[in-house]
Design a protein around this ligand. Sequence first.
Ligand code: DOR
Ligand code: ZN
Length: 347
Amino acid sequence: MQLTILRPDDWHLHLRDGQALNAVVPHTAHRFGRAVVMPNLKPPVTTVEAARLYRERILAARPSGSHFEPLMTLYLTDATNAAEIKRAKASGFVHAVKYYPAGATTNSDAGVTGLERAYDALAALEEHDLPLLVHGETTDPTVDIFDREAVFIDRVMKPVCDRFPRLRIVFEHVTTRDAVDFVRSAGRRIGATITPQHLLLNRNALFQGGIRPHNYCLPVLKRELHRQALVEAAISGSPQFFLGTDSAPHARHTKETTCGCAGIYSAHAGIELYAEAFEAAGALDKLEGFASMFGADFYGLPRNTDSITLIRESWSPPASYGFGDHELVPFRAGETIAWSLRDDTQG
Ligand code: DOR
Ligand code: ZN
């Protein structure tokens, strides 16, 4: 069995920097036409000039002949000002601004401490019609980690939507039925990305026969009813839900340790894993909209015009990939993935 779809894009991706780029950029470039690149580097990408230089480094790490296009983002801080947002829009290569609540996840220390402090920047985003990308988890340590997304909706998402009625927002990596319901009710100016791991796994995968650091990401995997709600949203044909892998590489030793990093690396199979999830739901015919159309439409970019072909042939990712001087353990390492990308359709 084969499936040909317009070339997909990844609307949420971590590429890191330096030597790591050479390890991970080719995986994404083989499959996806474009990717929205997260700005949570050390130090974070807070200016258009830093985004320009980062973009150049990513382009240099593409396989030869690749047309892969990184879509850059800025990292919102308490100090982000309206002039920088204006420059971002004018640049043509910065496509969004990312909001991390300070301390919510990897390299988020520089994030916004209270969203009120960023209201001028949000007003500028609204004025220039640049989307705000949101890591939607409260950082209140008294809130149970499995409830942090639902609490964030009430405490932050709803007030921001009310205060900025024309601001377009992507609720990144939604993980709960609560988030799916919120996005649906909020209408077309709100979009949401969904990762492959949140479609394929529930929280049991964190503890299967022992603790599984390679299944740990943020927001953390949730219970089965939430996974089912995400699958329903992804296959619904609603243009509000689109593909964003949140592929987040970390060296093996930083995950297999007493306090391991959050992040699952999935770029090596970034479209194949979604094909599995959609097939399991009996909805392969809905994959193309989710993967190749709705994200581009939301961002106001043209859809890709070339295509890829997926074959229903299983393969096994290696135990690890090289990652600079370290190793990177990919999703499903040493196990199987049911779908393959046909070689002659690699980008
Ligand atoms: O699991 C995650 N990893 N979640 C995030 O929000 C950040 C990401 C990373 O950068 O590693
Ligand atoms: Zn992310």
